[in-house]
Design a protein around this ligand. Structure first.
Ligand SMILES: Cc1cc2nc3c(=O)[nH]c(=O)nc-3n(C[C@H](O)[C@H](O)[C@H](O)COP(=O)(O)OP(=O)(O)OC[C@H]3O[C@@H](n4cnc5c(N)ncnc54)[C@H](O)[C@@H]3O)c2cc1C
Length: 296
């Protein structure tokens, strides 16, 4: 089946208007942002919304990257392409450029959005792992106002998030920490494909001294289980430790033990666990090298 079921379509003129429409149409309504996940699902009739609310005119309210001293705020309608091309964002969080270089192709990146990626909550969605590594918070708006949730609270499982029927994701916030950096590594079967597995790491060094220990670290994994948001033993193993290959290998093993991949056409469970370990090691190595000014 390649044709969506009949539906009503409305273009929101403001965020309040979008929420009003969501309230009016209830669980039969869906927002469309880039449409690169929703529309293929509608064509296959996996998703059958009766009302589609288009938010693409809301660029003034929802399409921005704002970098300040201690926080980055990104609007939900910000496209993959803008995340890839922003030098300001790459200077603070190089993990975004690493990931966006290997997400889909230019056609998808021109339209697909940060908000759509997170709300789709596909376990293979790269930006979920990026946001998890960066300890992001999600701003969810309803007619009663905004509420802010952690990535752990946001992701409830595959294709399931904390966003209710009459709510929308408006913004994602990221803390900026001194002496920190980040990196993302992905293995795909061919260029522009979804991940076989990937891992992102964000590292904060205790000081800028050459022998500083790691104050804090997080790893986000992608495509290796239904919900791999915030693996606490990884952060516990990194905190207070001097960076070393032994530490990266230990943390890689924790990642492999704490994921739950399936065997499918992309690879066996054992191969994906191996990738979770290896890509965690590589992401940590790159993030630490960047944080300490030693990246070659
Ligand atoms: C060929 C192809 C290859 C791809 N490869 C990759 C890849 O390698 N890695 C990867 O991570 N992704 C990949 N994607 C997915 C791509 O990143 C999509 O852009 C993304 O999944 C969804 O973003 P969207 O803006 O298109 O969302 P949409 O399709 O518009 O929406 C997706 C879901 O989110 C909801 N939604 C959207 N915005 C909001 C909001 N602000 N508030 C509440 N709900 C909202 C919608 O109602 C819908 O349920 C690929 C897609 C295609 C078509």
């Amino acid at each position: 089946m390649q044709v969506p079921a009949p539906l009503d379509y409305e273009r929101a003129t403001s965020v309040d208007h979008a929420i009003e429409l969501l309230e009016r149409y209830g669980e039969e309504a869906r927002i469309v942002a880039g449409g690169h996940s929703l529309i293929p699902m509608m064509r296959l009739r996996i998703a059958n919304p009766e009302y589609v609310i288009d938010i693409n005119d809301l660029t003034d309210d929802l399409d921005y990257i704002r970098v300040s001293g201690d926080e980055v705020r990104i609007g939900a309608l910000t496209r993959h392409r803008a995340l890839l091309e922003s030098d300001e964002l790459a200077a603070v969080f190089p993990i975004f450029r690493d990931a966006e270089r290997v997400i889909a192709d230019p056609v998808v990146r021109n339209r697909g959005t940060l908000g759509g990626s997170l709300c789709q909550a596909d376990p293979a969605e790269d930006l979920s792992a990026v946001c998890d590594a960066l300890d992001a918070s999600c701003v969810i708006r309803s007619s009663s106002g905004d509420r802010v949730v952690t990535m752990q609270e946001f992701h409830r499982g595959p294709y399931e998030t904390a966003v209710g029927d009459a709510e929308m994701l408006t913004e994602v916030r990221f803390p900026v920490k001194p002496n920190s950096s980040s990196a993302y590594h992905k293995v795909e079967r061919r260029a522009s494909d979804w991940a076989v597995a990937s891992a992102g790491a964000a590292i904060t060094m205790a000081t800028s001294d050459p022998g500083a220990v790691i104050a804090e670290g997080r790893v986000g994994l992608c495509a290796v289980g239904p919900n791999t948001t915030h693996i606490a033993p990884i952060s516990a193993a990194l905190a207070g430790q001097p960076p070393s290959e032994e530490l990266y290998a230990t943390v890689g093993s924790i990642a492999a033990e704490n994921c739950d991949p399936d065997t499918d056409t992309r690879g066996t469970e054992a191969y994906k666990r191996h990738l979770a370990k290896e890509l965690t090691i590589r992401s940590l190595r790159t993030a630490v090298a960047r944080a300490t000014g030693q990246e070659v």
